[in-house]
Write a protein that binds this ligand. Structure first.
Ligand SMILES: NC(=O)C1=CN([C@@H]2O[C@H](COP(=O)(O)OP(=O)(O)OC[C@H]3O[C@@H](n4cnc5c(N)ncnc54)[C@H](OP(=O)(O)O)[C@@H]3O)[C@@H](O)[C@H]2O)C=CC1
Ligand SMILES: Nc1nc(=O)c2c([nH]1)NC[C@@H]1CN(c3ccc(C(=O)N[C@@H](CCC(=O)O)C(=O)O)cc3)C=[N+]21
Length: 310
C-alpha cells in the first residue's frame, strides 16, 4: 500500500516556520506582514477558502485584510480597489480570488496587481520570471506540490515528472518549477493521445485536471510518487464529499506514495500563500528572507526582478 503524504501536518509545520519568522520581523524590524484577499461575488466554496486564508494569516501573526465585494461590482471599481491596495504600505500581498464574475476580465485584474505584491504569482512579470528560471513570486499550489514531493523524495534531480493538466494556476507553473528542480518534465492535457501511457512513465505523477477519479491504477508506474491536486465537490447534504483526480483505492495499490484529498495539496496551498506574503514583505523592505523562509525555490541562477519598492 502506498504511503499517504500528510499535507495537513506539513502545512502546519510550514505555518509554524512562517509564524516564527513573522515574530522575529516584528521584534527586530517592527514589520508586520499584511495579506489582502479580495473576493467578488458570493460563491460558497470561494467564501470558505477566503475565510480560511484570513484565519491562517492572523494565526501566523500577519495582518489580514478581507475585501468582500458584491457580484455586481464593476471592473473599474475592482481596479480602483487594487490600486488602493498597491499603494497601502500595510499590505504586502494581494490575492484576488478566482474565478471572477463573467463581466470582469481576469487578465486586466491580474495585470493591475503590483508584481511585488502578487503573492499568487499570476502577474505576467512573475510568470515570465518563473518561465526563465529566475526570481519572482511563484504560484502557491505548485509550490505546495514541490514541498510535498521534496518531503517524500528528497532530491528531485533526474526524476521523470509527468504533469497532467496545463492551466495557468497549476500545470504550467508546476512544470517550470519541476524543470528548475532538474526533473525531466512531460506535460499532458486534454489533447494528449493515450494519456495513461504517458502517465505510466512518471517517477512523479501530478494530476491537476478537475476530472474526479480519472487516474486509475494502470496509469501509474509501480512505486511512483503521486500528487493529487484535483478537488471536486460531489453529493449533497450528508453525503457531500471532496474527491481528487486520482482513484485512490486502486492507485494506492501501485504507487509508492500518494497525497490524499482532502488533506493533501489544499492545506499546503494556503501555507505557501502565507510564505509568499512573508517573502514579499521582506523584499519590499529590502530585508534578507529569513532562514528556512526561502523554501525550496531559492533562486540559483538569480535573474533579479525589479519592482517599484526597490
Ligand atoms: N488543491 C488546491 O490547492 C487546488 C486545487 N485545484 C483543483 O485542481 C483541479 C485543476 O484545476 P485547474 O488547473 O485550475 O483546472 P483547469 O480546468 O483550468 O485546467 C484543467 C487542465 O486539465 C486538462 N484536462 C482536462 N480534462 C482532461 C483529461 N480528460 N485528460 C487530460 N487532461 C485533461 C485541461 O486540458 P486543456 O488545457 O487541453 O483544456 C487543462 O489543461 C481542479 O479540480 C481544481 O479544483 C486548483 C487549484 C488549487
Ligand atoms: N487567486 C486564486 N488563488 C488560488 O490559490 C485559488 C483561487 N484563486 N481560486 C480557487 C483555487 C482553489 N484553491 C484552494 C485552496 C485551498 C484548498 C484547501 O484548503 N482544501 C482543503 C479542504 C477544503 C474544504 O474542505 O473545502 C483540503 O484539500 O484539504 C483547496 C483549494 C486555491 N485557489
Amino acid at each position: 500500500m502506498a504511503l499517504l503524504i500528510d499535507g495537513k501536518a506539513q502545512a502546519r509545520a510550514l505555518r509554524a516556520t512562517v509564524a516564527d519568522a513573522v515574530r522575529r520581523l516584528g521584534t527586530h524590524q517592527g514589520l508586520v506582514p499584511g495579506l489582502a484577499v479580495v473576493l467578488v461575488g458570493d460563491d460558497p466554496a470561494s467564501q470558505v477558502y477566503v475565510r480560511r486564508k484570513g484565519e491562517h494569516a492572523r494565526e501566523v501573526g500577519m495582518r489580514s485584510f478581507e475585501h468582500a465585494l458584491p457580484a455586481a461590482t464593476s471592473q473599474a471599481t475592482l481596479l480602483e480597489r487594487i490600486a488602493r491596495l498597491n499603494r497601502d504600505p500595510e499590505v504586502h500581498g494581494i490575492l484576488v480570488q478566482l474565478p471572477l464574475p463573467a463581466h470582469i476580465d481576469p487578465e486586466a485584474i491580474i495585470h493591475a496587481i503590483d508584481p511585488a505584491k502578487d503573492v499568487d504569482g499570476f502577474h505576467p512579470l512573475n510568470v515570465g520570471a518563473l518561465a526563465v528560471g529566475g526570481e519572482g513570486l511563484a504560484p502557491c499550489t505548485p509550490l505546495g506540490c514541490i514541498r510535498l514531493l521534496e518531503s517524500h523524495l528528497g532530491e528531485l534531480t533526474g526524476k521523470h515528472a509527468v504533469v497532467l493538466g496545463r492551466s495557468r494556476i497549476v500545470g504550467r507553473p508546476l512544470a517550470s518549477l519541476l524543470l528548475k528542480k532538474d526533473c525531466t518534465v512531460t506535460v499532458a492535457h486534454s489533447r494528449t493521445p493515450n494519456p495513461a501511457k504517458i502517465c505510466r512513465q512518471g517517477d512523479i505523477l501530478v494530476a491537476a485536471v478537475g476530472q474526479p477519479g480519472l487516474v486509475q491504477g494502470d496509469w501509474v508506474k509501480a512505486g511512483a510518487t503521486v500528487i493529487d491536486v484535483g478537488i471536486t465537490r460531489l453529493g449533497e447534504g450528508d453525503s457531500r464529499r471532496l474527491v481528487g483526480d486520482v482513484d485512490a483505492a486502486c492507485v494506492s495499490r501501485v504507487a509508492g506514495a500518494l497525497t490524499p484529498v482532502p488533506g493533501g495539496v489544499g492545506p499546503m496551498t494556503i501555507a505557501c500563500l502565507l510564505h509568499n506574503t512573508l517573502i514579499a514583505a521582506c523584499r519590499q523592505h529590502g530585508l534578507p528572507e529569513p532562514d528556512g523562509a526561502t523554501g525550496p525555490m531559492a533562486p540559483r541562477d538569480g535573474l533579479p526582478l525589479t519592482h517599484p519598492h526597490g
